[in-house]
Write a protein that binds this ligand. Structure first.
Ligand code: NAD
Length: 354
């Protein structure tokens, strides 16, 4: 049984990827995650009994710990998702983004390179380092056009700048040292187990908690939305079948303004969990000052991964959003734990420094 390292596997997308790999592949997964506020092992409760999932509470900036993990588990590849991922947090405190997203990726690349260099020819040839990134590295689009793999990098937030820097490091480690890398740049994800600071889970949580639904500016910023399980399937395909040294864009063909997203969510909630006074959740919307440097529009051309690897999203925005809303309505404890910090205290008690 071959082993695969997944970094950030206790986060939103990483946990979806691990659930998919345990259910649909033979990979043995070593999940490397520091468990920041965004990491939550409860997101992996469905696969808690699997003996193909090993969790290691490790910081990707810790070279000695990474070397020990590579030596112990001899992975056939790495899918690297660990990151600080929230744009607003990066505006208020960019330091952690520089540390994890840039220095952490560098440290992981060096640990992976040392391991890969020492491999026998066959595992060396098939080894992959897959770096998971975002479409935000390409900057902001006007009313028309789509990001393609060759679009120029024009990151505008500390988050996207740190991800752009990590993409460049991965590219350089391939071109300079020959490390067999692939990179994916994906649009906005949504789905179960997303920390409720991001737009969709924040709005669901605030709506049912009788809190305002804060919308930046006019709510006319456009994002392309992809259901997280569709992203996880794409990641598996690119990791297993993508061409070395290549980049693949991943997107959902679902361009929506923030206002459209919130209105669709409110309509779903009106149907699934009507307010006690029977008025629409839309009445909870408020406009707040816009995010500084807020990119106007992101949109992805996912033609390359469709043509070369046969990937297409399975969910429409409507079907994916309905699944997401139902999941949050049925899992209030998951949200309560991540918000209250209770989960983190539980981890400290149960795992200590591990
Ligand atoms: P997330 O914030 O939900 O999860 C990040 C995970 O990384 C957490 O479990 C956290 O504990 C872990 N982590 C953070 N710092 C670490 C460190 N120093 N060492 C080890 N683990 C650490 O993020 P997400 O939304 O799941 O995003 C995962 C990846 O996908 C990120 O690289 C992000 O840039 C990228 N991405 C996200 C989206 C999106 O819409 N969420 C879209 C495209 C790309």
């Amino acid at each position: 049984m071959k082993t695969l390292f997944v970094t950030g596997g206790a986060g939103f997308i990483g946990s979806a990827l691990i659930r998919l790999l345990i259910a649909e592949s033979d990979w043995r997964i070593v999940n490397i995650d520091k468990l920041t506020y965004a990491g939550n092992l409860e997101s992996l409760a469905d696969i808690a009994d699997s003996d193909r999932h090993v969790f290691s509470r490790t910081d990707i900036c810790d070279r000695a710990a990474l070397d020990a993990l590579f030596a112990e588990h001899q992975p056939a590849g790495v899918i690297h998702l660990a990151a600080e991922s929230h744009v607003d947090r990066s505006i208020h405190g960019p330091g952690d983004f520089i540390e994890t997203n840039i220095s952490g990726t560098y440290t992981l690349l060096e640990a992976a390179r040392a391991h890969w260099s020492a491999l026998d020819p066959e595992p060396k040839a098939t080894f992959r380092f897959h770096h998971v990134s975002t479409d935000e590295v390409f900057g902001s689009l006007g009313a028309t056009g789509l990001f393609v793999e060759t679009s120029p990098y024009q990151p505008n937030s500390p988050y996207s700048a740190s991800k752009a820097a990590s993409d460049h490091l991965v590219r350089a480690w391939h071109h300079t040292y020959g490390l067999p890398t692939v990179i994916t740049n994906c649009s906005n994800n949504y789905g179960p187990c997303q920390f409720p600071e991001k737009l969709i889970p924040l709005m669901i949580h605030n709506a049912v908690s009788d809190k305002p639904l804060p919308i930046y500016g006019k709510g006319d910023n456009v994002r392309d939305w992809l259901y997280v399980d569709d992203h996880a399937r794409a990641l598996r395909l690119v990791f297993e079948r993508g061409s070395v040294g290549e980049t693949y864009n991943i997107g959902g063909h679902n361009e929506k303004t923030n206002l459209e997203v919130v209105d669709t969510l409110c309509a779903l909630l009106d149907e699934l969990k009507p307010r006690h006074d029977r008025r629409s959740y839309r009445e909870q919307k408020i406009s707040v000052a816009d995010r500084p440097g807020h990119d106007q529009r992101y949109a992805i051309d996912a033609g390359k991964i469709q043509r070369e690897l046969g990937w297409t999203p399975q969910e429409t925005f409507e079907s994916g959003l309905a699944k997401t809303v139902r999941w949050y309505l049925h899992n209030p404890a998951w949200i309560a734990h991540v918000i209250s910090g209770e989960y983190r205290q539980w981890m400290e008690r149960n795992y200590g420094d591990r």
